[in-house]
Each structure stands twice: as structure tokens, then as C-alpha cells.
Ligand binder design. Structure first.
Ligand code: GUN
Length: 291
């Protein structure tokens, strides 16, 4: 069994990006600038955005965190987005999700200039991804592809089962794994809350990508020997023995499933750090496209 070590690979990627930034600085070029908009005070979202900003500093990017109150109106957020679209100094920006209920998420994501949409959530970019055109690939799926590529995980002709159909992970992942190329060329099954007898499906999978958000959902009895496991779950489970009072738990019963797996991502230290590294990669790409 091989651990797909997202922490290590993401550090490698950040070092590669840092080297590119150093070259930009040596040539007196503008360095990439990422902005992140966060609306409200959700603890997990603040943690993620904080990590994204710190990652920018680590590779030499400029970063701007835009904090807006929980009572922000849709118009106020759309105005902020327009400001970021027009701001020539900002190369890419993200709107951290989820948004408060008074705001229509689709409307907001459609307002982002596709050339600055480093999350790859705008329909234009999502459509390009589905059509194999060059574009910003959403960071979590992009990170999973990169992890599989760097470990040489064979995907061609394999049966990949994706659990969860979110717009951020499950849906794009199902498209990317079926694309021509590597990683890709898989036969993909996309499962969700209405899927019947999911164990029958997961037990036939060569590769399982779980993005459900239910701690320890995937058990050893549900998978076959030598399965490849990618665990995208990051649920905070109360735990009084930790300083923060919670621990991050994946969708997979790691202790038992890892005994059967050929490759498996840990939580934490698997997909999470890869997401941030690929957001940086998309931001570098955005800067290069604006030169
Ligand atoms: N919320 C959960 N994941 C993500 C992500 O990748 N990007 C943004 N903007 N919000 C998220």
C-alpha cells in the first residue's frame, strides 16, 4: 500500500511555483496576485481562506483577503466582484463558498470575469473543461489528477467510482476521469444520494473518489483488494482530546480500508493541501495569460 502524500507533493509544487516567481522577480515582472472574498464568519471557511493567503506568501505571490459581513446583500457582493474584475493588479480571485442564504451563488459565480476565475467555477470555464479545452480546472479535482499523475496511478480502462455530485468536486471529477488522456480514460460511475445499493458499485471499483462529507462512510467491506482510494471528505468531528475541540475526518475508514488498498490518500495531508497548491498554479497561469 502506498500513501498518496498530498502534503509532500503540494510542497514540491509550491517549490516549483516559488522558483517561477523568483524568475519573474529577477526579470522585474509583476508577481501573481490572488484575492479571496469571504462572506460571513464560518469557521471552516475562514481557516481555508487563511491557508490560501499563507500559501500565497510562501510562494511569493501577493494576496488580498476581502472580508464581508454575514448580512452582505447580493448587490454589495456583485459590486465587489465588479471591482475585482476591473482591478488590473488582481490576476485571479475566488469567492469562498458556501455563501449566506440571501445570496444566489450561481448569479455570483457568473459575475466573475472568466479570465480571473481561478476556481474554474464560471460556466464558461466549466464548459471548456468538459470540452477538453485549455482552462482553469477546479482546484480540488485538479489536485487529485496531479496527485495520481505524480504517483503514476494507472487510470486507463479502470472503473472509477465517484461518490457525490457537487459542482466543486464530484461533477467535475466524473468528467475529468472520463476524458481522453492521462489521468483519464476511465469508465466512470457517478453515485449520489439516490444511488441504490452503493456497495454493489463500490465493490467493483478500481478507483474510488469519495466527496460525500460523511465521516467513515466507506468501509473495508465495500471495496475490493488493490483499490485506489481518494478521500475528499473533510468533516470536523467533535473531539475533546484535541486543542481545537475537533478533528478532521475523511469519508473513508482509513484504518481498515488502507489494508486492502494499493494507493490511498490520508486525511488530513492528502487532497486538502493539493487543493491549495493547484489554486496557486491556476493563479500563476492567470498571471501568465495576462502578460
Ligand atoms: N468551498 C469549498 N471548497 C471550495 C473551493 O475550492 N473554492 C471555493 N471558492 N470555495 C470552496
Amino acid at each position: 500500500m502506498t500513501i498518496l502524500d498530498g502534503k509532500k507533493v503540494s510542497n514540491d509544487i509550491k517549490n516549483e511555483i516559488k522558483a517561477q516567481v523568483d524568475k519573474m522577480i529577477a526579470k522585474n515582472e509583476k508577481v501573481p496576485h490572488l484575492a479571496a472574498v469571504i462572506v460571513g464568519n464560518d469557521g471552516a471557511s475562514l481557516t481555508y481562506v487563511g491557508s490560501k493567503v499563507r500559501a500565497c506568501e510562501r510562494v511569493g505571490f501577493e494576496s488580498t483577503m476581502v472580508r464581508m459581513s454575514n448580512t452582505t446583500s447580493e448587490i454589495e457582493l456583485l459590486d465587489k466582484i465588479e471591482e475585482l474584475n476591473q482591478n488590473d493588479d488582481i490576476d485571479g480571485f475566488i469567492i469562498q463558498l458556501p455563501l449566506p442564504p440571501q445570496i444566489n451563488t450561481q448569479k455570483v459565480l457568473m459575475a466573475v470575469d472568466p479570465s480571473k476565475d481561478v476556481d474554474g467555477f464560471h460556466p464558461e470555464n466549466f464548459g471548456k473543461m468538459a470540452l477538453d479545452m485549455s482552462t482553469f480546472i477546479p482546484a480540488t479535482p485538479f489536485g487529485i489528477l496531479e496527485l495520481m499523475e505524480r504517483y503514476g496511478v494507472e487510470t486507463k480502462g479502470k472503473h472509477t467510482v465517484v461518490i457525490g455530485r457537487s459542482h466543486i468536486v464530484g461533477r467535475p471529477m466524473s468528467i475529468l476521469m472520463g476524458r481522453k488522456g492521462f489521468p483519464g480514460n476511465s469508465t466512470v460511475t457517478l453515485t449520489h444520494s439516490h444511488t441504490k445499493n452503493i456497495t454493489q458499485i463500490t465493490s467493483q471499483a478500481d478507483i474510488i473518489i469519495s466527496a460525500l462529507g460523511v465521516p467513515n462512510f466507506l468501509k473495508a467491506e465495500m471495496v475490493k483488494d488493490d483499490v485506489v482510494i481518494v478521500d475528499v471528505g473533510i468533516t470536523r468531528v467533535p473531539d475533546d482530546t484535541t486543542p481545537k475541540g475537533y478533528r478532521i475526518t475523511g469519508d473513508v475508514d482509513f484504518e481498515n480500508v488502507s489494508k486492502k488498498a494499493s494507493y490511498i490518500t490520508p486525511v488530513p495531508g492528502g487532497v486538502g493541501p493539493m487543493t491549495i497548491a493547484m489554486l496557486l498554479k491556476n493563479t500563476l497561469l492567470a498571471r501568465e495569460q495576462r502578460m
